[in-house]
Design a protein around this ligand. Structure first.
Ligand SMILES: [Zn+2]
Ligand SMILES: [Zn+2]
Length: 769
């Protein structure tokens, strides 16, 4: 027998090896093996078994790693699709489906010495007083780690060994699982009664899981899925056909009770004997979130293990959690992006919460989008997929209107809580009265003062990017935009130029505001720094307890937990941070949310800038008034009448969607096209620019038959010299990506780039920066 092996080296091809007789029966698709390559020994994964090979004189596999195949055939098929669709080498795609902790197998299981009481009848042998005490402890507990017993009985291993000599106990090595949540005390919960909208949503999901609404999903069960043609997904352009497995978009406002619907749908999957994967953005993976799932399923009748996969776990914890899933002991997985590859089998349900979040996109190769991978996996394995969001992405909502996804709506908050009142503050007004760009308008200042007096809490949001890349007139709100692409032009201060990083359009920076009615000579004023916010805040409210939560605090998980704990306990009056801090958190005492500069999000040079701003405003507004007191939101902006801000103020998603869709259609942006962003990077700018021109000509030639192809650029990327590299981009828009992906892969292989210039391809990019 022959095994086809993908090596863990960037070779973009597979190799055939002989399975030696002593290893036959141990090797299957998905086995990890060590094989010879030249003089070296390298690791790889078996991707297929064959009777014969086109190559003569094959070398034998040296050894098999691990007792169980790590990559299941189903996950392997998913990896193949990722390689093809996202244009990356198969070994890179394959690498991403296993956590490092599992792949490298360094951590392994933790073994510990355990003491076990042996069955015993009749008279107790003669024991010293100390030994007798120890015996009573172990007799009562039956079994416990040796170290724990030593500490509990304040004794030594030698003393316990004497009990072993007398035949009373056995001491042996056993696997001791690392449980990252062992110290949390979790109280079991029961399903909650549902309101009519929740009940309707759940009923539809359950019907789809039972195959009632689409019988084809039943016929194509997981078993048959295995032998259907591999890579069959790759021919689908959008990973979203609804005829085989159902995809739901659960559009529910913040506080509408989406999680309860998820929980009861998962319970149904378990009743069917299937498992579930729940994806949440990394930042929402708080102990609070995990607890809700554990509390429902890890206790009571079901006793189902819930495994958690995310980057804050130790290597050992990740290893153990993953193997609990692989062994079928954990049926429910909660995790960030990469948990979509968890080896749950059979899989009944995939939930992608906050499906619009761009953190689902991996920013390095393979640049996959976990939501789209989830849809593809659901289709391959006949699992129902539920995408949830208060602010669905344009793409997902569009797929509902086209009948690819089924829309479920929950537009009321549970317990009749009111949506918060959103007040827009026109910062231009404040500027006309004062001399400098204000940070806190009088209205927001007054609102904060009131909260401090009433001992209620405030959250203030700054944008993730604390600087402005666009040119905006602080007096009238005018923003310089590209005449071709309708995105904000990037302001290059040093060269005093405005530049579009999509099409390359450049123009000089105007001396006065181009708005006829304004003509402000100070348009180049750059007063939108956010560093000063904390300083000003402390000056205005010296008595308030203010904490700034920055990205450093987010990386240190103890700090993150401590700050949120203090905030919950009421030890902090004002929490200042980026929009990421309050995802999925409920603070009943927060009655005021302030957004300092909404424009910073609005005028990013990206066609999704409006969508992001709408999402940001809606999401942060959802943080206000989760308790008994009605919430209030202040949005400060220089462009207060922008549709993204106005629709967010009215909590009007469909209104926003309709008008944004028109803009996207007009300029052929997604969902009316698929985008690939090609970025060339190098230290020598001329060389990079030259290669970019060359690449564009190659693209034009090889893609000339693609339907509705639009190529824009090359243009310098917004952060031109990030990390001392020059980057040039070409943006490609096309109707269907699948055929194009294949051609791009071929082009990348045949392209002869100079050694110091590299090319990255990002299919369906979420960040154009
Ligand atoms: Zn102006
Ligand atoms: Zn442009």
């Amino acid at each position: 027998m022959i095994a086809r092996v993908t090596l863990e080296l960037a070779l973009r091809r597979e190799f055939d090896y002989l399975i030696p007789p002593e290893l036959s029966g141990q090797i299957d698709v998905g086995s990890r093996v060590q094989v010879p390559l030249g003089a070296r020994k390298v690791l790889g994964c078996v991707t297929a078994l064959a009777e014969e090979s086109a190559h003569a004189r094959l070398k034998p596999i040296l050894k098999v790693i691990g007792a169980q195949t790590l990559v299941t055939p189903k996950v392997l098929r998913l990896a193949r699709w990722i390689g093809e669709y996202y244009c990356c080498a198969p070994e890179v795609a394959l690498k991403s489906v296993l956590p490092d902790a599992v792949r490298q197998e360094q951590a392994g299981w933790r073994e510990q010495l355990y003491v076990r009481a042996l069955p015993f009848s009749g008279e107790l042998p003669k024991l010293a007083k100390r030994q007798k005490e120890i015996w009573h402890i172990i007799e009562e507990r039956r079994e416990m780690p040796l170290q724990e017993l030593i500490e509990l009985a304040e004794t030594t291993a030698a003393t316990i060994r004497r009990l072993e000599d007398k035949g009373l106990v056995a001491i042996s090595q056993q696997i001791s699982e690392r449980d990252p949540y062992a110290r949390e005390h979790i109280l079991p919960t029961q399903p909650l009664p549902l309101n009519p909208a929740q009940a309707k949503g759940l009923a539809e999901i359950v019907a789809a899981m039972d195959g009632k609404t689409n019988p084809k999903a039943e016929i194509r069960g997981p078993k048959q899925g295995r032998d259907s043609k591999a890579g069959d997904g790759a021919r689908q352009d959008s990973p979203a056909p609804a005829e085989r497995a159902s995809v739901f978009l659960l559009h529910g406002v913040t506080g509408s009770g989406k999680t309860e619907v998820y929980l009861q749908a998962i319970a149904h999957a378990l009743e069917q004997g299937k498992g579930a994967i729940v994806l949440v953005p990394e930042i929402s993976l708080t102990p609070q979130t995990v607890e809700r799932f554990k509390a429902r399923f890890s206790s009571g009748k079901l006793q189902t293990l819930v495994a958690v996969l995310h980057s804050h776990l130790s290597t050992g914890e990740r290893h153990d959690e993953w193997h609990k899933i692989r062994q079928g002991r954990a049926r429910i997985v909660i995790g960030a992006r990469s948990a979509i590859f968890a080896p749950v089998d059979p899989l009944g349900l995939i939930i992608v919460d906050e499906e619009h979040e761009h953190t689902y996109k991996q920013e390095e190769s393979p640049r996959y989008h976990a939501r789209d991978v989830a849809i593809m996996r659901g289709q391959m394995e006949g699992a129902t997929v539920v995408l949830g969001s208060a602010t669905p992405s344009m793409e997902s909502f569009y797929n509902c209107t086209r009948g690819k996804f089924k829309l479920l709506q929950m537009l009321e908050r549970v317990d009749d809580q009111k949506m918060p009142v959103v007040r827009i503050v026109d910062l231009r007004q404040s500027l006309r009265h004062g001399k400098t760009v204000p940070i806190f308008s009088p209205q927001l200042k007054e609102a904060i003062t009131q909260r401090l007096e009433r001992r209620e809490q405030t959250i203030l949001f700054l944008n993730r990017r604390g600087y402005s890349t666009s040119l905006q007139c602080p007096l009238c709100g005018y923003v310089a935009g590209c005449p071709n692409c309708s995105i904000s032009l990037t302001y290059h201060r040093q060269e005093q130029k405005l530049r579009c990083h999509i099409c390359g359009h450049t123009e000089p920076v105007p001396g006065v505001c181009p708005n006829e009615k304004c003509r402000n000579p100070q348009i180049r004023y750059s007063g939108l720094g956010t560093q000063k916010v904390e300083e000003t805040l402390n000056k205005l409210f010296p008595e308030a307890r203010t904490v700034r939560m920055d990205s450093d605090a987010l990386k240190r998980k103890e700090d993150y937990r401590r700050i949120l704990g203090d905030f919950r306990a009421g030890k902090i009056d004002i929490l200042l941070g980026t929009q990421m801090i309050a995802k999925g958190l409920h603070f009943p005492n927060v009655t005021l949310v302030g957004i300092i500069y909404a424009d910073l999000a609005l005028h990013q040079p990206d066609f999704r800038a409006s969508e992001r701003t709408f999402q940001l405003l809606t999401q942060v507004a959802g943080r206000a008034g989760r308790g008994d007191i009605e919430g209030e939101v202040f949005v400060q902006a220089f462009t207060p009448f922008h549709p993204a801000i106005q629709f967010a103020r009215r909590h009007d998603f469909t209104g926003f969607y309709d008008q944004e869709l028109e803009f996207r259609e007009h300029l052929k942006y997604p969902p009316f096209s698929r985008v690939a962003l090609l970025t060339l990077k190098g230290r020598n700018e001329e060389k990079v620019a030259f290669c970019a021109e060359h690449l564009k000509r190659d693209l034009e030639a090889s893609l000339k038959d693609s339907k509705d192809l639009i190529l824009a650029g090359p243009a310098p990327a917004p952060l031109l010299r990030a990390e001392t590299f020059y980057r040039y981009q070409i943006m490609l828009r096309v109707q269907r990506m699948s055929g194009v992906s294949k051609k791009l892969a071929q082009l990348m292989e045949s392209l002869a780039l100079p050694e110091d210039v590299s090319l990255a391809v990002d299919v369906d990019p979420v960040d154009l920066g």
